[in-house]
Design a protein around this ligand. Sequence first.
Ligand SMILES: [Zn+2]
Length: 466
Amino acid sequence: MFLHRWKQEPTISTIAPTHEIEATFDCKCPEWKVLCAANRAKQLLGIDHEDGYAMVNQFKQEMETIDRNNIVLVDTEILPSDGGERFKRMFVCYERASYAFKVHCRRLLAVDGWKMNNPYNNVMLVAAALDGNNGILPVAFCEVEIEDLDSWVYFLKNINNALRLESGTGLCILADGDNDVEYAVEEYLAHATYRQCCHRIFTEMVNKFPKAVVHHLFWAACRSTSALAFFKYMELICVQSKECHDWLEKSNWKRWALFCVPEWVKCTCITLTITEKLRNYCQPYLEMNIARKFEAIARLTSELFEQRRMVVWNWNREKVPPKVRDVINDRCIDGKRLSVVQDHGTLLKVTDSLSSSYDLNMEAMTCTCGLWQISGIPCPHACIGIHYINGNVEDYVDELLSVQNFLSTYAPGMMQLPKENAWKWHSGHNLHPPMTVALQPLTLQPPNDITKLPLPTLVKRMACVL
Ligand SMILES: [Zn+2]
């Protein structure tokens, strides 16, 4: 019932509301309760962002206390007026997540930039990967003023350092190509492989050639795991629309065609679904102030570690996790229409009903269709070949996709960040918030204007305040 006091005057001290409470209810409210209420009121109204910047150094200290190898880098600039420090950007990488990614996960790192809904219009750069059961593993976050070449270079260089890599060696980065991310990868992580999100190419293609009936053919070309299949679909696109085909040919297709992905990546992701799923996880926290947002994301990440560390005990008799088994089951069903026609020891030849033939190398775990070596899971041709030699398909899955490796990914766990009221507060220097965006003055409206909420919701929210 006192929410309006903070709405009218966001910087109000706790004295006036304390007196009002006393006058209204004829009882004395302890100061700490009014302080908690003030925090909650500002949070509900979306006006506690300045408090968040003041807490950034404390968050860094708490992160480093729970694991001294956690990396929290805070970039600031000095204010000419009073010599104070203003927040510029912050990079956060959890030691356990970066180690799990580097040692136990497929080396595809999806990166993206999310616009924040706050008075500073900040952007959150994120990097995430997939574990052996296709679970999302958040690796690094970075809040920056704008998404541009400089911020991408800062983010990617710090990821490279956190992973202790040599110019991105052995790292495959999947991105949407916006705001010079591609240039940042090529110029500053010269040994990393850059992959372009196919959805971005698709959107551009549809905008340029809205009448071309090539959508299914485009996605079939993207997902092709061999050059033969890719060029077959490109020819079919050419039949439908030569202009569209020529544009795709000039679009640096080696960056988005799946068959061109290096085999060591062992991943068939062609769009940014990894970061989209991560955004869904983080969505409830994205409008919070910076310190609380990073605190919530750190807590979410350690909870993910704990859940997955426990779930693996349900699979202790299995060789591969459930998501991999689902893929194997589907491919074994597809393989039933195939037959082995040649047997030269570890080299087999398989044909389908269309008389296409595929060569298998059981030792090298490869098939001429390309899917086995790209995905790390036997393709339908390999499944029929493995059944033919009385083998177990699960023995031919890449080690990175095994239950044993999944166990190693999460077994060390991740320390939980203490609750804010248990932080060991130090009288360190508080940071000033960044400049608000020009022409868009700081709005004191909450993310969802609380005055427009339906009455029951409003009452429920206000009940939390006092
Ligand atoms: Zn195959």
